[in-house]
Design a protein around this ligand. Structure first.
Ligand code: NDP
Length: 285
């Protein structure tokens, strides 16, 4: 397409960093291309000391929104005009959306997980065991609780982090919450519906890292989910398949949070298959 340039009021950007090697970027841009959107999604590194100016810059340059990653998920809130419900409960934002003149913080990590889970089961009334108590665990448990999950067993190595998440959930959602310090192979209690790995165990390059879990306690009635997107076939995913469980891999969550982000920014329903394919091409290469 030929475009007439008038060179008025423009800044043209020159990023001194690779902008095409981020899997999320490849996934989002694959969707833009597939749906004929002449848009870009760029990965820009921002030092914590420059976060305030970066958000001002995003406003000034008319960004329709942006994602933010650790360490900006909490700090960015001070620079926004409002929060969606789950971002407000979690106290963390990973997706910012321009609505009129306002920048609103949302959290799509947990919502992405919820969408993947809903393809297999309704979380309402379900009993959940989750390993980990970091940002991913927080986002997932808050979203599942808002969707009606009734009981959480939080299993975490560090007591401080585990108890912190238990306290947050007890104060803000209706579900019952217990915390168990993770020591040795954890046995999944009878009656558990959903088992989730929300730790970083199994993330590339530690492909064969093992979650300390008594695999014999996994039952075919359980849904087992792993947040690790790379590699998607973690040892837990393989073990759970071997026990006849229904399985969700980490690509599902990543794709769905991207789908929700694009819906927020562009107002379209992107095709998740195209987005998953873009990730698989990267992670399998
Ligand atoms: P955090 O650093 O906030 O939390 C990490 C968690 O993993 C903590 O609970 C930590 O326990 C636990 N952990 C790490 N290593 C071990 C170990 N060797 N043994 C026991 N526990 C361990 O990270 P996030 O919560 O932000 O991210 C966790 C994972 O989720 C990452 O791998 C990330 O890639 C993935 N993720 C995937 C998404 C997706 O869309 N698929 C979205 C967001 C995250 P402790 O408190 O004891 O240190």
């Amino acid at each position: 397409m030929t475009k007439v340039l008038n060179f008025k009021q423009e800044l043209t950007a020159c990023f001194g960093q690779p902008v095409s090697e981020n899997p999320t970027q490849a996934m989002i841009e694959a969707a833009y291309k597939h749906h004929g959107l002449d848009w870009r999604y760029l990965t820009i590194e921002v030092a914590p000391s420059h976060l305030s100016e970066a958000v001002k810059g995003a406003r000034a340059m008319g960004f329709v929104g942006f994602n933010c990653t650790i360490p900006h998920k909490v700090a960015v809130i001070a620079h926004l005009d409002g929060l969606g419900e789950s971002a407000s409960v979690m106290g963390a934002v990973n997706c910012v959306v321009r609505r009129g003149e306002n920048l609103i913080g949302e959290n799509t990590d947990g919502k992405g997980f919820l969408e993947s889970l809903k393809e297999l089961t309704d979380p309402k009334g379900k009993r959940v065991v989750i390993f980990g108590a970091g940002g991913a665990a927080r986002a997932i448990t808050v979203e599942l609780a808002l969707a009606g999950a009734s009981h959480f067993t939080l299993v975490n190595r560090s007591v401080t982090r585990g108890e912190e998440l238990a306290k947050l959930l007890r104060g803000k959602v209706n579900a019952k919450v217990e915390f168990v310090q993770w020591k040795g192979d954890f046995k999944i209690p009878e009656g558990t519906d959903v088992v989730i790995n929300a730790t970083s165990i199994g993330l590339y390059p530690d492909r064969e890292a093992r979650l300390e879990l008594d695999v014999s306690t996994l039952k075919p009635s359980m849904v087992v989910a792993d947040v690790i997107p790379n590699p998607p076939e973690t040892r837990l995913v393989k073990d759970a398949r071997g026990k006849g469980c229904k399985v969700i891999d980490g690509l599902g969550m990543l794709v769905n949070q991207g789908v929700i982000g694009i819906k927020h920014w562009a107002g379209i329903d992107p095709d998740p298959k195209v987005m998953r394919k873009a990730l698989e091409d990267i992670f399998n290469s």
